[in-house]
Design a protein around this ligand. Structure first.
Ligand code: FPP
Length: 257
């Protein structure tokens, strides 16, 4: 059975129907913990295990970029204790995992308003990014203190500053130029978006970049999201026809040409 599944996925890979970029909202850690009578942070800790599994599966299937929403601009509103414990967890994970990521040729990139984090955490992020910057395997993007609206706003501000300095005319601003100032400008747009935990929302994740992304929602809680669940999402993606505004007939003509 496993062998059959692997063959099928290999075929999809050969047909170029494996997403280049997968973006995930890892939801459901709190509920996973509560169902076990455990504190919420235990769910986040279990969530780290799912991160490991998905990173490894992405590497195996040839996904180029994996973006994980680890902490949103709105997550500061959570109880102070949970925020503090999450920050500690990020620090520990960065310290513990970065060498392993490096050995596996993973390039780590953190996007978001990182100046809000402690100096210690910012320093760890810098160390991890510098160590892995030349790796050419999977690019792992951690969105931390990130919000889609924040991203578009900071890009607009950079353009406005260029206009104010006389380096740019307002009429030169187009989608391409704005896109170049977004936090993940150098990466392909996500092909597949996954949200675990049952909610069907984007929650201020990559608003600009998700314009044409295939959306996949699952009730599975993030700590229970394993390789098999990830492969279900890949298979769902492979079965979809991406039209980018064209008609189905046009897409079929191009594919058949
Ligand atoms: C959402 O679940 C999850 C988070 C806000 C944190 C995600 C963090 C991790 C998985 C930890 C490790 C990640 C990295 C990349 C180091 P929730 O708390 O909203 O769950 P609930 O909806 O069940 O309450």
């Amino acid at each position: 059975m496993t062998q059959y599944r692997d063959t099928e996925l290999n075929e999809l890979l050969a047909q170029g129907r494996i997403p280049r970029h997968v973006a995930i909202i890892m939801d459901g850690n709190g509920r996973w913990a509560r169902r076990r009578g455990m504190p919420r942070i235990a769910g986040h800790r279990a969530g780290v295990e799912s991160v490991r599994r998905v990173v490894s599966a992405c590497g195996d299937h040839g996904v180029e970029v994996l973006t994980l929403f680890a902490f949103s601009s709105e997550n500061w509103k959570r109880p102070q204790q949970e925020v503090g414990l999450l920050m500690e967890l990020f620090l520990t994970v960065l310290k513990k995992e970065v060498k392993k990521l490096h050995r596996n040729n993973v390039r780590l990139k953190v996007v978001g308003a990182r100046e809000a984090f402690s100096e210690k955490l910012q320093e760890r992020i810098r160390i991890a990014e510098n160590l892995t910057r030349d790796n050419d395997g999977l690019t792992l993007v951690i969105a931390a203190n990130y919000g889609g609206r924040w991203d578009v706003t900071q890009a607009a501000r950079q353009l406005a500053e260029q206009v104010a300095r006389g380096e740019l005319k307002p009429e030169q601003i187009d989608e391409r130029r704005l896109g170049e100032h977004l936090a993940v400008a150098d990466l392909p747009e996500p092909d597949l978006f996954i949200r675990t935990g049952g909610e069907q929302r984007i929650s201020n994740f990559l608003l600009w970049q998700l314009a044409y992304t295939e959306l996949y929602f699952t009730d599975v809680l993030w700590p229970d999201f394993d390789r098999e669940q990830f492969e279900l999402a890949l298979r769902s993606f492979a079965g979809r026809q991406r039209r980018f505004g064209r008609t189905g007939e046009q897409v079929e003509r191009v594919a058949g040409a």
